[in-house]
Write a protein that binds this ligand. Structure first.
Ligand code: T4K
Length: 372
């Protein structure tokens, strides 16, 4: 069993070259402009649009992913509606719905990706349903074609929580997608959130909503909030964006190293991140933002998770356990999604980040196998 001298955390943020970052700070100092739609923010929006191949008129930046989701849901008119979504996610997905007065209706997940299943979602649709909110969980692409069919058949919006999926090439799908730029994501801007939307007429409303919905000095057109990204965040995002190819390559390498190290072990099940990826045609693929494995049962998962901490100094995490429906605000749906419930009790997300070596990944895998 290998004990690491320094703690190995589930993730570490990519950090750009400090001297280049300082040069960007000097520019901010010269501008003496720190937030409220500043020049760094505009440059960052431009570079993101280029990176995604999406017009700037169809994207909008926010201070974090949660407020981006909340304002996106609000701008799409989902207040008061039922929205079909997944319990296998971070609490922010459902919190953002609840906070605008929508009701999350939970449907089960696909066992191979742990993303919302279109078949299960369809069964949960009622006349009050206005949207479906799937999550590209761990950066695994959802069955985007299946959801597009549901959107058309029932006339409901498809809004992706793509918090984990930046760089996976999924921006052309759904009415809207939200990317989180939190430091625990493979790409970040210290904190941040990006909305990509199909209807460009939303851009102006979203820009108002993130700035209190004030218009000029003399009018206020809606109940907005303060969700503006500041200039230092935008600078961090600009610098990290330069490294996206290396960041993506390192995640894919680590995923391959873990797969090879565990190859054929009956006690460790890998998901199928590329299950809904029609490579070459649609141009999207998993970004391997996280490395989840399913262990045999709850007791094994707990033993391995605690053993890694205590014996090996490795801090794997149980994303996403407890399941949302175990939490008080969503307990009304407890017991309704058996696939998600089983996965939450068996999942362990292993460390993966730019700077972790494939040798370290192999050593972590060997430690796990010794504890099975
Ligand atoms: N939708 C989904 C599906 C999401 O997963 C999230 C966020 C959102 C929406 C909302 O997006 P944001 O509003 O966050 O943009 C983390 C993050 O806080 C959260 O952003 C993320 N999902 C969630 C899955 O994970 P914690 O409580 O696990 O974070 P924490 O502080 O324990 O950090 C995790 C590991 O990363 C630790 O081992 C320490 C390390 N770390 C963390 C930070 C912040 C660093 O090494 N450096 C750092 O700067 O929630």
């Amino acid at each position: 069993m290998r004990r690491f001298d320094e703690p190995i955390l589930v993730t570490r943020p990519y950090l750009p070259d400090l001297e280049t970052f300082k040069a960007g700070c000097e520019e901010i100092w010269r501008n003496r402009w720190l937030t409220n739609n500043g020049p760094m923010l505009k440059r960052f929006e431009g570079r993101l649009a280029d990176f995604l191949g999406t017009p700037e008129s169809n994207i909008s930046l926010f201070v974090n992913g949660t407020l981006a989701l909340e304002l996106g849901f609000y701008a799409l008119g989902l207040s008061g509606a039922e929205v079909v979504t997944t319990p296998f996610t971070f609490v922010a997905t459902s919190h953002a719905l609840k906070r605008i007065g929508a009701t999350p209706v939970f449907a089960d997940v696909d066992p191979e990706t742990l993303c919302l299943s279109p078949e299960a979602a369809e069964k949960a649709i009622t006349p009050r349903t206005k949207a479906i909110v799937p999550v590209h969980v761990y950066g695994h692409p959802c069955d985007v074609e299946g959801f597009a069919r549901l959107g058309e058949k029932y006339g409901v919006k498809i809004v992706y929580d793509a918090a984990h999926a930046f760089g996976a090439g999924l921006q052309a799908y759904g009415d809207m997608s939200m990317y989180s730029f939190h430091p625990t994501k493979l790409f970040h801007s210290c904190e941040g959130g990006l909305l990509v939307f199909r209807d460009e007429s939303l851009r102006e409303h979203l820009a108002e909503l993130r700035n209190f919905a004030i218009k000029g000095e003399l009018s206020c057109v809606d109940v907005g909030t303060n969700a503006k990204m500041n200039e230092l965040q935008a600078l961090m995002g600009l610098e990290c964006l330069k490294a996206m190819p290396e960041i993506l390559a390192s995640r894919a390498e680590l995923h391959a190293a873990y797969c090879a190290a565990f190859a054929g072990h009956s006690g460790v099940k890998f998901l199928d991140p590329a299950r809904f990826t029609t490579s070459g045609v649609a141009g999207y693929s998993p970004n391997y933002a996280y490395c989840p494995v399913l262990l045999r049962d709850f007791e094994t998962r707990e033993r391995v998770c605690i053993g890694l901490r205590e014996k090996c100094n490795v801090f794997a995490r149980r994303y996403f356990y407890p399941l949302l429906t175990d939490f008080e605000p969503y307990a009304y749906a407890k017991g309704t999604c058996p696939v998600a419930e089983d996965a939450a009790r068996r999942v362990l997300t292993l460390p993966t980040y730019f700077g972790l070596s494939t040798d370290d990944a192999r050593a972590i895998a060997e430690n796990v196998m010794e504890m099975l």
